[in-house]
Each structure stands twice: as C-alpha cells, then as structure tokens.
Ligand binder design. Sequence first.
Ligand SMILES: Cc1ncc(C[n+]2csc(CCOP(=O)(O)OP(=O)(O)O)c2C)c(N)n1
Length: 573
Amino acid sequence: MIPGTSLFVKALKEEGVTTLFGYPGGYAIDIFDELYKQDDIEVILPRHEQALIHAADGYARSTGKTGVCLVTSGPGATNLVTGIATANYDSVPLVCFTGQVPTHLIGNDAFQEVDIIGITRSICKYGVTVRNREDLGRIIKEAFYIARTGKPGPVVVDLPKDVMLALGSTAYPKEVNIRSYKPNLKVHSGQLKKALDMLKSAKEPIFLAGGGVTIARANKEFTELAELTKVPVITTIMGRGAIPTNHPLFIGNIGMHGSYAANQAVSECDLLFSIGTRFNDRITGMLVEFAPKAKIIHIDIDSAAISKNVVVDVPIVADAKQAVEQMLKDAASCNTEVWLSRIQNWKQEHPLSMAANKGITPQKIIEKINTLFPKAIVVTDVGQHQMWTTQYLKMDEGKQLLTSGGLGTMGYGFPAAMGASIGNPNTPVICISGDGGFQMNIQEMATAVGQELPLILCVFNNSVLGMVRQWQTLFYDKRYASTCLRSRKSCSKTCKKPGENCPPYSPDFLKLAESYGAYGIRIEREEDIEASFLYALENKKAPTILEFMIDSEEIVLPMVQGGKPLSNMILEC
Ligand SMILES: Cc1ncc(C[n+]2csc(CCOP(=O)(O)OP(=O)(O)O)c2C)c(N)n1
C-alpha cells in the first residue's frame, strides 16, 4: 500500500515524464514533497501559472512529448485556463494536474476551491476529478492516453488532497480501454482513391496544409507527395513548414495576412485538397466566397472538423501522416504546368515584401534570422510581429515555428520559448514578441535566468499594440483608442503617433534585463542587426533581450479585412 502521491510519481515515470512544470500550494504540497524525494523528474518553477502552462506547451510542441503541469487548487488552477484554451485550439498534448480541496469539502465554497473541471469543460479534451484512491492510476493512465492520441489536446486531472494522501494499490495499469474513446486510426482507402482520382483530373489543383500535417510530423512525406503530384502548396500559419518555404511548389500562406499569390490561388483553383486544417475564419475570409470554383477534399483526424465551416465534397477522417503515406503509394503526376506559371505570375506581380529603405524593418530582422540560424526553434507571441514572422521566416527541416495560432494568446511567446529551450538544450531558441505581449509574462525573466537558458528574446518595440493599432489605422479613421504603450495620464487623447516628445518608454528593457541578471541591448540601426544576434549567441548561460526599435507606423500587408473575401486584399496603404 502506498499513498496517492507515491503512485502519482510512479505513474509519471512510467509515462516517461522527465520534466514537469509546477507551482506549489496547500493542495499540491504533498505531491511536491513526493517529487522532492526522487531525482528522475526535473521540476521547473515558472513564476506564474499562466506562463507555466505555456512553457509546458512549448516543451510539448517542440519535443513531440506530452507536457505536464502541476499546480495547486483555486487560483493556481484558474491561472491555467488561458493556457488550456491555447493548447486546445492548437492541438497540443498536455496533462494538467490541479490540486483540489479534500473531497468532503468539494462544493462547500472551501478556501481555494474552484470547480476547475466545470470551468475548463469547453476548452479541454477531457477533464476529471479523482474521487477515489483506487481510480487514481487508471485515470492518470487514461489522461496521458487521451492527451496524445487522436487529435492531441489538453487534459485536466483534478486531485483532491485526501485522495492523494490515502493509501492504496501500488499498481499502475499497462493499458487503457476506454469504451467511449476510440480514436480513428484507419484510413478509408476508397475515399482516398476517390480523392486521388479527382486530383488527377483537376486542371488547377492546390494542396492546403494545416497544422495537422506538422503535428503528425508528416512534413517530409507531404513534400514528397507534392513533388510526386506536382501540385502547388499553400499553408496556414500552423502548417507553415509542411513543405520547405523555398520549395518551388510552395506558394505562401493563405488568409488574413496570406500572400497575394496564395489567396489568389485559393480563389481560382478548381480543386482544393486540404489536410489537417479546420478552416478557421482567419483563413477563409467570407465563407460563401471561399474557393468558389473548387471541389474540396478534406483530410482531418477530427471528424467534427470536417464540413463544420466549409462544406466539403470528399471527407476523409484520418491521421495526416498515415493518409499521406498511403497516397504516396497510389498518387500520380498531374499536368499542372500552365497553372503553375499562372501562380508564378501572381507571385511576381505582388511579391511579399516591405518598403526597403526605412532603417530597421521587421523583414530585415527576420531575414537575418534566416541567414544566421539554419537550425533553430522560433517562437512568436501574438500581433504584427507574429504575422511578419509567419510571412518571412524561411522554414525547412532545420526550423520549427511555435505560435499561438488558434487562440492568438498574447503572452504565449516568451514562456513557450522557455519550454522549448528546456526540451531542446542544444538548439538555439529565438522568441519574437511585441513590446505589449512580452510584458504579459515578463516575470519569466527570473525563471529563464534561473534555468540558465540562452534564449534570444527579440522584442519588436514599436511603442504600441501594433496589430490593434493597424486596424485603427485602416478601419477606425486613426482613432487610436488604448493602443499607445507610452501614453501617460497627461497625454492628449487625440495624439496620433509616438514621437520624440513623448514620455520615456516604460519599462526600460535593458535595465530590466540587468535587474534579472540577463543581458540586453537596444538596436536602432540596420547595420547593427547582425552584430546583435552574434552578441546574443555569446551569452550561453542567460537570456539576451534584443530590443529592436521599430516604426509604429509599420503595417502588415497584404491584409484581408475580417469577413471579406480572400480575393479582396489590401495590398498597400
Ligand atoms: C491576451 C490577449 N489580449 C489581447 C489580445 C488582442 N491583441 C491581439 S494583437 C494585439 C497587439 C499586440 O501588440 P504587441 O505585443 O506590442 O505586438 P505588435 O502587434 O506591436 O507586434 C492585441 C492587443 C490578444 N490577442 N491576446
């Protein structure tokens, strides 16, 4: 007989967990005490539970393992909520353990009691409170299984204190058998054949690769399929890298900030063959105008994602990798020469680029990353800098891009980069964030310094909440409501642009880095971009903040206004 806490540690070991992201409290202290007694699982202590779960998420996305969180009840648990939703929409496998008040107090408004299972029901793959000690092993086993199989996602396991202290069996199950959960693994070969026949007879086909391709780690096979069929490829943000971005068949990203050629190709194609995307509104624009001439084939692991937003002609429920591997056996080359040259013309008419002669531009910074870092994990926060990264970052097998695509969570980037670096100690990890989002989890400087992580933290400082300001510029007649980060009480409400007479920027990121025991430099001239990265590379045992001073007027283009058709792109302003 052993207490629940001991079985918990045993379970983690059997699941192959070597790193856990945890923050203690009264209703988790016994579990931490048990973890303290062993050496096989490293416990990382971020400074805020929201950052903790983003770190576990970055760890999971970058390693392909399941991320594990352990927090206390009440506020510890509620601080996870944003991270659970973030992981849910990007299909990231996480198991989140939350401490809970003893079972006899549940429902009594006890100190630090929240119904975390009720709160997270709509944003996690599965959630359960363990009410009996004898169920503990089975539930943990099931949690890991559910998180990583089928469409991966976050699972919440709520652990009441008395259950964790109760004595019970030492056994941890070897297998799971959940009657109501049987992820579909087989590919329907009849449907696949139908899809390939349609592809063969199409004149203007395209592949649309979403995050499902990268999650299934099917990039190599998918690229082979594109090459075999000669079908051009567009990607969503989450699918970027499904085919190397310098590949002649790659057209670009689609959607609100997709490339002209990619959005045009979707609008003109006669067959859209999509794999692993749920046709989020950010990529479809106005639904009735989406791919208006095309028959649509959709492969997705989640049957609920098929025909939810876009009604498809051929639905196929399957894991992306298995489906692609099977297609590689039967697919044939298509006659796409004329179509490819049309696409090429669109690319030349409106290439992705920013005005060249303005000192430091986001494009120039990202291009430096392209040349200096053949191998790297690049993590972004959310905003304009994220869109520029997804436009200009070159992706091949040396690169990984982690970004909050589905929920668009500001504050994600820095902690996720931390998790990625912990999981990949020998790979450079570069975080690109805005000055707004970076401040949302800035306290993690302490964790990154404590963990001796050589993170390169690029802050694109434009003094504003750039992405929202961009909308105000384009669609709100320049009424800059609550987007200036330099604004003080005494400032004029109608001020249009941060400038020389503004109050100083707060915080001073360089002093901040110093105060945490990290490094920091400010970059104001284009010539210094390269040297700044080389400087950061020298700092092997602590993070470096590279504060790039960006013009607040920079706009991400092209842009399709929300709800407008993809063919209706704003190309300049
Ligand atoms: C948690 C959260 N709050 C608000 C938003 C809405 N939002 C999206 S982008 C953005 C501005 C981001 O500004 P910054 O971090 O400075 O990056 P920039 O756009 O300037 O590159 C805001 C407020 C969000 N996505 N997430």
